[in-house]
Design a binder for this molecule. Structure first.
Ligand code: SF4
Length: 356
């Protein structure tokens, strides 16, 4: 006989947990206890929930589950960046990156989470895009990356402090293609009784899915929007980011304009610096023309080479020159400090295939 599927409690808010516990004939306060165990202590075994009666622990273990993923493997960079390989309940694997926010490696961390297993967009410079697409993650699997990472970091650094304070939806996958689950996970992360990561500490990064940008503008959220631009003309962008054929720059910029008008929030354009591809004087001029009228920053990211892909990292002198062209034109430009390149955890390098 096939046993019935267990109810997934990860991702449930307090009200949903109350409804579930009531369906088992339990009082409401049990939901508070379980909520704290899951979201405050990242506990996934009912047997560790020491303030629950033994019979209830046994009953929950048979009927329910809390699928905080296990770290299958991890690599640590010389700069303190860590890459976790997580396994989902169906054995699919994803990567999550923990990035120290300062040179002091044991202070606070940003977490770069995945929204899909692989990615359907196939950006030319990206290891994930080249490794194919398997499925989208559910909201609880995004929340699980945060809890699984918090649990692992607390264990490693022997502390109960909340070390992960920022979350970036910039790992494997395109978040806007998994929109409803992504939004639902943001509400879970933001719950002040639970994980309690402020909306202003959350960034969503898209390759330019204009429809998702318009939808996000209409949410009442204080998150940061980042857009992977990487080219300032359609012919090059069509080649680097095939999604540009569906949403060319004109459409993308209309969506960005709508977003900034609606939210009055500044957007960040990410621009990967690819040697001899998108760093000429003409590229800088096109970029300035495109970005200057917008409420926006631009973040330059020197490319991290991926074996098997054609692109090269530019020299430090070329990077400086491009930066100065933009800065002198009055753009709000930053140069991203490189993190995790030595463990293939940097932008565009994630691909769980090579980690298996
Ligand atoms: S860069 Fe982002 S959107 Fe493009 S293929 Fe990689 S993961 Fe997907």
């Amino acid at each position: 006989m096939i046993s019935p599927a267990k109810t997934e409690l990860l991702g449930m808010d307090l009200k949903e947990l109350e409804t579930y516990l009531q369906s088992l004939g339990e009082p409401r306060f049990r939901a508070n206890q379980i909520h704290a165990w899951i979201y405050r202590k990242a506990v996934s075994s009912f047997y560790e929930m020491s303030d629950l009666p033994k019979e209830l622990r046994n009953q929950l273990d048979t009927a329910a589950q809390i699928s905080i993923p296990r770290v299958l493997k991890q690599r640590v960079s010389a700069d303190g960046t860590r890459k976790f390989l997580f396994e989902m309940t169906d054995k699919k694997k994803i990567e999550t990156v923990v990035i120290p926010q300062s040179r002091d490696k044991d202070t606070r961390f940003s977490l770069c989470i995945s929204t899909q297993v692989g990615c359907p967009l196939g950006c030319l410079f990206c290891a994930t895009g080249q490794s194919g697409f398997q499925r989208s993650l559910q909201a609880y699997e995004m929340v699980g990356q945060v809890l699984g990472s918090r649990r692992e970091m607390a264990r490693k650094l022997k502390t109960e402090d909340e070390l992960i304070t920022n979350v970036v939806y910039m790992g494997m996958g395109e978040p806007m293609l998994n929109y409803d689950e992504m939004i639902s996970s943001i509400h879970s992360l933001n719950d002040h009784k639970g994980i309690n990561i402020g909306q202003r500490h959350i960034t969503i990064s898209t390759a330019g899915e204009a429809q998702g940008i318009i939808r996000l503008a209409e949410e009442d959220l204080q998150v940061t929007l980042a857009i992977s631009l990487h080219a300032a003309n359609d012919s090059l962008r069509d080649r680097l980011i095939p999604l540009n054929r569906k949403y060319p720059l004109k459409k993308l910029l209309e969506a960005v304009h709508y977003y900034t008008q609606h939210t009055n929030r500044r957007v960040t354009f990410e621009y990967i610096l690819l040697d001899d591809v998108n760093m000429g004087a003409g590229d800088a001029q096109a970029l300035i023309k495109l970005i200057k009228p917008l409420l926006a920053n631009i973040n330059l990211i020197p490319y991290n080479e991926v074996s098997g892909l054609e692109f090269k990292k530019p020299s430090a002198a070329k990077i400086r020159h491009f930066y100065h062209l933009l800065a002198e034109a009055g753009l709000n430009v930053t140069l991203r400090e490189e993190r995790g390149g030595d463990i293939e955890a940097a932008c565009g390098q994630l691909s769980s295939k090579r980690e298996r």
